[in-house]
Design a protein around this ligand. Structure first.
Ligand code: HAG
Length: 221
């Protein structure tokens, strides 16, 4: 079978969570990195970007856009989306929360230097005061190895991704969260994720000035 193919810039942005989900599910995927306006305009002209936007993924004979729609499709396809609707809605709640947090970080890369530092500090603080306490309590109340049911799901994958991203901003961010520290170790040791965390995987590095310049020049913003 043909591998899923991802179309996005060479960076994290909105596509990184899709890379994580595919990798955690053990699914090999290909990428076309959009480096020029011509590439982007050709995708648009060919009518492959529904609202003229990326991320876009080709999978199962479909051309999909809209990050959350793609993530939901992949979670369901790879049985990472709960055993019933009540579990699925919790996974959606947790995934939406971690996506909100990660998009704040991703967007901060596009702010002017002074503002960028301040907004990243704010995000790290929000992670510590709003998001991580919620997940620490969920792990405590739920008393299981995973956030939902007692099965590995999309919610676990995305929480680990968010933890690592916030730790890049502030290495001691988990110091008050004992259960999250254990969660991070447990989920990082899942073989498919352990492999994705090794150097040389398809994981993208934090945004740098080159990435910001490429995205700005292509999207004219
Ligand atoms: C998350 C931030 C990462 C850095 C850059 C991205 O942030 C976005 O603001 C721009 C890019 S992502 C690229 C951007 N994509 C989206 O905004 C997709 C939003 C959609 N709801 C989704 O979730 O997939 C884009 O194609 N814009 C062209 C344009 O709308 O005409």
């Amino acid at each position: 079978a043909t591998k899923p193919k991802l179309y996005y810039f060479r960076g994290r942005g909105r596509m990184e969570s899709i890379r994580w989900l595919l990798a955690a599910a053990g699914v090999e995927f290909e990428e076309e990195f959009i480096e020029t306006a011509e590439q982007y305009e050709k995708l648009q002209k060919d009518g492959r970007l529904l609202f003229g936007q990326v991320p876009m993924i080709e999978i199962d004979g479909m051309v999909l856009t809209q990050t959350r729609a793609i993530l939901s499709y992949l979670a369901a396809k790879y049985d990472l989306y709960g055993k019933d609707l009540k579990e699925t809605v919790r996974i959606n709640m947790y995934a939406d929360g971690t996506l909100d947090l990660m998009l704040m970080i991703a967007l901060a890369a596009f702010k002017p230097p002074a503002e960028k530092e301040e907004s990243l500090a704010l995000v790290a603080q929000k992670a510590q005061t709003r998001y991580f306490p919620v997940f620490e309590k969920i792990l405590k109340d739920h008393g299981q190895d995973f956030l939902v049911g007692n099965k590995f799901s999309w919610a676990d994958i995305q929480l680990l991704e968010a933890i690592l991203m916030v730790e890049e901003l502030n290495a001691s961010v988990l110091s008050d969260f004992r259960l999250l520290q254990a969660f991070k170790t447990r989920i990082s040791n899942i073989p498919t994720i352990k492999k994705f965390l090794q150097p040389g995987s398809q994981r993208q590095p934090p945004p740098d000035s080159h990435y910001v310049e490429v995205v700005r020049s292509i999207l004219h913003f």
